[in-house]
Design a protein around this ligand. Structure first.
Ligand code: HEC
Length: 205
């Protein structure tokens, strides 16, 4: 009898865990999809401009077009999902983290300084059906330094472009591999979406 009771409790615990896990997994999937799109949008354009027209042209794209491209992308993604970039050392004034984002960004910094392995992402619960998924933005290629490295090594024309557009620019001085900030995807899970997933899960059991 006691054994059965313990088994029953275990089953309930497992089921309860599922209901929490499923929406989080949907959020993560949607967030990864959005990040992939953003990466394709920014990285491929910057690389092409850089190769075909040179670093100044790539910098012009980043300074004058990238923010509105991200806005356009957000419109296409719909009202339940949005994507943005944040950093304590921001170039665009809109990229400073919100209050609830500060600790996660600090966490990336602490992980980096502890020589620990950087997670691919961190998921933050923002209420019963909303999640923020944070992806570290690292100085992963040499190209990053052309615009975010030591100011003294940045092309003077690019420096001038940034000075004209970002009077409070803090985004210089980064080394290869360092965390520059984060890409944040906010995902709201529709209630009926949660139910469908739960039902599928239960039917598969
Ligand atoms: C050709 C210049 C250029 C290159 C190369 C470049 N960036 Fe940027 N980056 C910019 C500019 C300009 C902005 C500000 C865009 C805006 O107004 O939103 C920016 C903004 C950012 C932001 C948003 C936070 C902020 O400071 O406004 C992050 C994060 C970032 N860059 C990371 C990177 C990483 C990582 C790489 C390399 C993979 C990289 N950048 C390569 C020019 C560049």
């Amino acid at each position: 009898m006691k054994k059965n009771l313990i088994l029953l409790c275990l089953c309930i615990m497992l089921l309860a865990d599922d209901t929490v896990l499923i929406p989080k997994e949907i959020a993560l999937q949607n967030a990864k999809h959005a990040v992939h799109k953003l990466h394709t949008l920014l990285s491929s354009t910057v690389k092409t401009k850089y190769r075909q027209e040179g670093p100044l042209s790539a910098a012009k794209f980043c300074a004058l077009e990238s923010y509105s491209k991200i806005k356009e992308m957000n419109k296409k993604l719909g009202s339940n999902i949005s994507i943005k970039r944040i950093s304590f050392f921001n170039r665009n004034p809109n990229a400073y983290p919100q209050k609830d984002e500060v600790n996660i960004l600090k966490a990336f910094d602490l992980i980096e300084r502890s020589a620990a392995y950087m997670p691919k992402e961190i998921v933050q619960a923002m209420g019963y059906n909303t999640y923020k998924v944070y992806f570290p933005a690292t100085m992963s290629s040499k190209t990053c330094k052309k615009c975010h490295g030591e100011k003294s090594i940045v092309n003077p024309k690019i420096q001038k472009l940034f000075e004209d557009n970002y009077p409070y620019d803090k985004a210089y001085g980064f080394k290869s591999g360092e965390v520059r900030g984060a890409v944040v995807v906010t995902v709201k899970i529709e209630d009926n979406n949660i139910n469908i997933e739960k039902r599928n899960e239960n039917e598969n059991k």
